[in-house]
Design a protein around this ligand. Structure first.
Ligand code: CA
Length: 195
């Protein structure tokens, strides 16, 4: 078999990723092993299917939305089915889920970055607005089984009405930030990565 260079992470690459994120060298190395194990076909990138094989995402009602947001925030090109994430994009996406830092500014785990990621999960058609219909779809996948259609409609109406400050019937990112003002998104969107 011999050694395969693509399996090795270069030191300079690790250094660059450490600068861009707040991950330690150890964490980046660990994420790389994870990346390689997800990359079943050994192609050097992850497709939607690779993510759907992750048990936590495959069974999560929002899994599809989360995966969608991965690709949108990473600004990958091409058709949905052809989208790919390379290791760098993978690390940058996961950096959004680091606890918000009080030290490093301009990182990817600020409150605003976390909010943007959440916004992209709701913005199903990726046109930078959340409509009432989009909100209903998300709400339905989260609590659908527990409430009636009537209740769902009412919650959607009320939420959109409260957030839609300029009354154009849809929620912009700024309006979304306003609506989430009292939500502890830093806490909700943080994963404790192993050191
Ligand atoms: Ca609006």
């Amino acid at each position: 078999m011999g050694s395969n260079n693509s399996q090795n992470l270069r030191d300079e690459e690790i250094k660059e990723l450490m600068d861009e994120t707040e991950f330690s060298k150890q964490q980046i190395t660990r994420l790389y092993s994870r990346f390689l194990s997800l990359d079943k076909k050994g192609q050097g990138y992850l497709s939607r299917d690779d993510f759907l094989n992750v048990p936590e995402l495959g069974v999560n009602p929002l899994g599809d939305r989360i995966i969608d947001a991965f690709f949108t925030v990473a600004e990958t090109n091409g058709d949905k089915k052809d989208q790919q994430l390379n290791f760098r994009q993978f690390v940058r996406i996961l950096a959004h889920f680091q606890p918000t830092s009080r030290v490093k500014k301009n990182s990817l785990n600020s409150r605003r970055d976390k909010l943007f990621f959440a916004f992209k999960m709701y913005d199903l058609n990726k046109n930078n607005y959340i409509t009432r219909e989009e909100f209903k779809v998300i709400l339905n996948s989260m609590v659908g089984a527990n409430i009636t259609t009537d209740q769902l409609e009412k919650i959607a109406d009320r939420t959109i009405e409260e957030a839609d400050k300029d009354r154009d019937g849809k929620i912009s990112f700024e309006e979304f930030c306003g609506a989430m003002e009292k939500t502890d998104i830093e806490e909700k969107m943080s994963i404790r990565f192993l050191n």
